[in-house]
Design a protein around this ligand. Structure first.
Ligand code: ATP
Length: 299
C-alpha cells in the first residue's frame, strides 16, 4: 500500500494542478459548465470592448436576486451603480456574496430577478464573448501557461507586437524583473519552467489586462498579504491599469479602497452599508469597526 501511495499522491497533485488551471480559464475564457446554461440572444447588441475604442463602461445592478440552487437564494436584492470610470469596492465577511456579484457581471449565470446592466442594457442583450471581452479580471491567483513569460503576457491580446508586450510589462512593473531572467521574455515559466512568486504572477496578470484594454476591470484582491514592498509595487501597477476604467474591487484590505467612489459592505447577500470611506467611518457602523480592527491588526 505504501508503494502505491507515492504515485497516487503524485496523481492527486497533477489533478489539483489541472483544476486550478481550469479555474483560471473560467475567468479568462468563460469556459464553465454553467456557461452553457446561459444563451446568446438571437440578435445581439454590439458593444465596444476596448477602452481605446470607447469610454469606460457603465455598470449597474438593479435589485438582483440570485442563487446557485433553487432552494437557496444567495443575493437578496443587490443594487448599485458604477458610473463610467468610477471605482466601486465590495467588502464583507466570507460567504457574503462578493464573488457572486463578479460572476453575474461576467454572466456566468443569469439572475433570478432584477438585472445586471452594462452601458444601460441588460447583459443578456450582448453576445457572451463580447461581454467577456469588455471586462478584464486580475484574479487572486493567476495560473501561468507552460510557455514563455512573453507569451503569458501576450495572451491578453492575441496578435500583440513584442513592443506592445514590453510596454504592458513596463506599466505592470514587471519588465525590469523579466530583464534579469536568463532568456528575458523567452524564459519558460509555469509548472515546467521557472516558478514565479505570487506578486510576480499578479503582475503578469496586470500586464495581460493592460494589453486586453477592457472597459471594465474586476480586481479580486488576494486574501494573503504580500510583503510591504511587493504590495506597494502591485498597488502602483493596479493604479495604472484601473485609471479611467470602471473598476469593481473585491477587497480584503481596506487600505486599498480608501479612494473608492463607493464602498458596498455586504452581509449575507445584502448591501448592509454603503458610502465613501469618510461617510462610512462617520456612520460608525460595521465598516468603521472593520477599519478599526484592521488598523489595530496592521499596527
Ligand atoms: P469569500 O470572501 O470567502 O470569497 P464571497 O463573499 O466572495 O466569499 P461568494 O463566493 O459570493 O462569497 O459565495 C456566496 C455564497 O454562495 C456562499 O454561501 C457560497 O457557499 C455559495 N456559493 C458560491 N459558489 C457556489 C456554487 N458554485 N454553488 C453553490 N453555492 C455556491
Amino acid at each position: 500500500l505504501l508503494q502505491l501511495y507515492g504515485p497516487l499522491n503524485f496523481l492527486g497533485s497533477v489533478y489539483s494542478g489541472i483544476r486550478t488551471a481550469l479555474v483560471d480559464l473560467e475567468h479568462m475564457l468563460g469556459l464553465t459548465e454553467e456557461a452553457v446554461e446561459v444563451a446568446d440572444p438571437a440578435t445581439p447588441l454590439p458593444i465596444a470592448t476596448r477602452l481605446a475604442d470607447a469610454a469606460p463602461a457603465h455598470v449597474q445592478f438593479r435589485d438582483v436576486h440570485f442563487g446557485y440552487r433553487p432552494e437557496r437564494e444567495i443575493l437578496h436584492g443587490v443594487s448599485f451603480d458604477a458610473l463610467p470610470g468610477h471605482k466601486v469596492a465590495i467588502v464583507g465577511s466570507t460567504g457574503a456574496g462578493k464573488s457572486t456579484i463578479s460572476r453575474l457581471l461576467f454572466r456566468f449565470y443569469d439572475t433570478w430577478s432584477g438585472a445586471v446592466l452594462v452601458d444601460g442594457h441588460d447583459v443578456r442583450c450582448y453576445r457572451q464573448a463580447d461581454l467577456r471581452a469588455t471586462i478584464g479580471v486580475v484574479p487572486q491567483d493567476t495560473v501561468l501557461f507552460n510557455d514563455s513569460i512573453g507569451y503569458n503576457i501576450a495572451y491578453g491580446r492575441l496578435g500583440a507586437t513584442p513592443a506592445q508586450v514590453e510596454e504592458a510589462a513596463r506599466l505592470a512593473q514587471i519588465h525590469d524583473f523579466i530583464m534579469t531572467l536568463p532568456e528575458g521574455y523567452e524564459t519558460q515559466v509555469g509548472e515546467r519552467g521557472l516558478k514565479l512568486s505570487g506578486g510576480e504572477k499578479q503582475r503578469v496578470a496586470i500586464a495581460r489586462t493592460i494589453l486586453k484594454d477592457p472597459r471594465v476591470l474586476v480586481l479580486d484582491e488576494a486574501t494573503s498579504a504580500l510583503d510591504t514592498h511587493t504590495e506597494k509595487e502591485i498597488q502602483a501597477a493596479l493604479k495604472t491599469v484601473s485609471a479611467r476604467r470602471t473598476t469593481l474591487v473585491i477587497a480584503h484590505r481596506l487600505s486599498t479602497i480608501v479612494d473608492a467612489d463607493e464602498i458596498l459592505v455586504m452581509g449575507q447577500g445584502l448591501v448592509v452599508e454603503r458610502g465613501t470611506h469618510a461617510q462610512l467611518l462617520a456612520a460608525q457602523g460595521q465598516y468603521a469597526a472593520m477599519w478599526a480592527a484592521q488598523a489595530t491588526g496592521e499596527a
